[in-house]
Design a protein around this ligand. Sequence first.
Ligand SMILES: [Zn+2]
Ligand SMILES: [Zn+2]
Length: 373
Amino acid sequence: MASLPRTSRAAVLSAPRQRVEIREIEILPPEAGAIVAKVEAATVCGTDVHIWEGDLQPEWPVGMGHEMVGRVAALGEGVVRDAADQPLQPGDRIVWAYPWCGKCYYCTIARQPSLCPNARMNGWRSAEKYPFLCGGFAEYCYILPQCRPVKVPDEVDSKVASSATCALRTVVHGFERLHAYGGIGVEPSVVILGTGPVGLYSLAMAIVSGAGQTISIGAPQRRIDLAHKWGATHTINLDEVTDSRERVEMVKKWTEGRGADLVIDAAGPAQAFSDGIEMIRRGGRMLVIGQATKKTVPFNPRMINHEMLEIIGVVSAHVTHFYKAMQFLKNHGERFNFSDMITNEYPLARVTEALQSMAALQEIKPAIIPTMS
Ligand SMILES: [Zn+2]
Ligand SMILES: [Zn+2]
């Protein structure tokens, strides 16, 4: 414990569209069950951009960042193993799940902890309230006793592991939800709406899960190129094919006129949902992961029964999905070069530029490296 510094630099946003400031924040020694981790790498999620743009309302002033990987700096009393029963020691690289309460209806009876109303999400909380250091864009993070840590396999790069702590673990959770509804099937045709990190991870997971045909739809060209490189059988660049009816026709043409067995909505705009519904075959399914808008779109509910559509949603993830995301990266790192997604590195002082660059779609996944100056 003596090795812990007294304070940590941390990126704090006081109001939307402000410049992210770097504050010196006290590092509390870990209470029983807690961990203090030194952040090795953090990554910017689309949600961080939505917070910065004012679309989402965190506690202000917010300690930013919810995708991160740290090295154990200090262990609180009683912390000896990670969630997968592996021994945990100072210096180990870890990711960690959110602190669900473990006591409410959603945590216990429904067993859907990602719906826990008492969760205190990293990257959403005030930097002025206990335990102060909950955001990943910081030198150190305080990991509450309710969070479960998962060790990062040696084979997995820290920036890639970081990108998995929101994007990939949610995709893993989504695919698990699909399995609850009969799996993805044998050689299905899969449309993936969105070529950001959630869309690219969905593509990789669809391929590994046995998709026969994968159609990635997104923009700009750099992301489309990556979807191709990772194995998408077809792609549509939204900047080139701007008419949604034309996109639907292209998907129909590639799927023998029927439409896809499964559409994964890993985009942000509400329009993507409307497009996706038109792309599903009769009796097909849609997994909604990426919707981030408050905008509504017209939808005829009769399609659900007459066309026998299944629409499945997912939010966030449980500790099991963090673990499986790490295993996915370890097991398929040779098939997919996941580092392709990390397009830049920024020091803490330039978090604002990273957010601006992400908002302008100039990045796929920028990394924040707290030790960089
Ligand atoms: Zn709960
Ligand atoms: Zn996120």
